[in-house]
Design a protein around this ligand. Structure first.
Ligand code: NAD
Length: 268
């Protein structure tokens, strides 16, 4: 059973801290929940982006190819949600764990660049980054400007004149860095899984890979997820099911639980 930790002075908490301290290689997987306390709502909750934009109508790469001005309605709404946001204590705690040499690398599903803004260096953005625009035609990438977020025109590539899109993975596009992530995860013995429902594949498979190899899952979430119960099957690319279950759930807002955990790990 997952140990659900809400008391940060109890025996389960100390046990988790000691297990973390004893680990040789530690990774993290983060999702929209680590950025909600920076004022960026997740997309799925009531009032989120997918309530305003039908995910099938706007969220696919085909929309961009068929109708760039329509696709840019969604892109601008995402940009407005992300502009001028700053890291919160959960980003800071993960950056601190990396600086102290405890956390080796971080995989994020987020596109907001807030881990890097907090000082994390070894960040793999599986869904790309909102900070850049990409040209799918001549394959160039350049930083997005404020006018491109607030304007009404579809930005054109200065190189080839074709429409640009955010350097972000939409439905129907391949996720980034998967080979590197799979290789790096091989000998990880603890993975932090913070602020993600762990339901969006293939990121959802990563904790399962670690636990199948004997590693532990440390979950940080405001609620129990499919990982906490261990009842949901996670399918590998080969269709093989596994039933990953987190060892610990630190229940509460990541902006509170991650700094408290990092402090306990790093104290003398
Ligand atoms: P999700 O919406 O499926 O899950 C968010 C999780 O965060 C939930 O389990 C929720 O309980 C938890 N949560 C919410 N607030 C929290 C808090 N304060 N502390 C701890 N946990 C909290 O999100 P997802 O699994 O990351 O998948 C959604 C996809 O949408 C991602 O792949 C991502 O690319 C994209 N997205 C990115 C951003 C961003 O860049 N900030 C924001 C929204 C969505």
């Amino acid at each position: 059973m997952t140990k659900i930790i809400e008391d940060f002075s109890g025996a389960d908490f100390r046990e988790a801290v000691e297990a973390f301290r004893g680990a040789r290689k530690i990774a993290a997987l983060t999702g929209a929940g680590v950025s909600t306390e920076s004022g960026i709502p997740d997309f799925r909750s009531p009032g989120g982006l997918w309530e305003k934009f039908d995910i099938n109508e706007y969220g696919t790469i085909e929309v961009f190819y068929n109708d760039p001005p329509k696709a840019w309605k969604l892109y601008r709404a995402i940009g407005e949600a992300l502009v001028d946001r700053t890291p919160n204590p959960s980003h800071d705690a993960l950056a601190e764990l990396e600086k102290s040499g405890r956390l080796e690398f971080l995989v994020t599903q987020n596109i907001d660049g807030l881990h890097q803004a907090a000082g994390s260096e070894n960040v793999l953005e599986i869904h790309g980054s909102w900070k850049n625009l990409q040209c799918l035609f001549c394959e160039s990438v350049r930083p997005i400007t404020g006018e491109q977020v607030t304007g009404t025109e579809v930005p054109a590539c200065p190189g080839c004149g074709e429409a640009l899109k955010p350097d972000v993975v939409f439905f129907g596009e391949s996720v980034r860095h998967m080979d590197e992530i799979m290789n790096s995860l091989r000998d990880v013995d603890v993975i932090i899984v913070a602020g993600t429902s762990a339901q969006v594949a293939p990121a959802s498979m990563l904790p399962a890979l670690v636990s199948e190899a004997g590693g532990k899952i440390f979950e940080f979430n405001i609620e129990e997820t499919a990982l906490t119960s261990g009842g949901a099957a996670f399918f590998s690319v080969f269709g093989i099911p596994s039933f990953a279950r987190s060892d610990y759930l630190f229940k509460g807002r990541a902006g509170t639980t991650l700094p408290a955990f990092a402090r306990a790990v790093l104290e003398e």
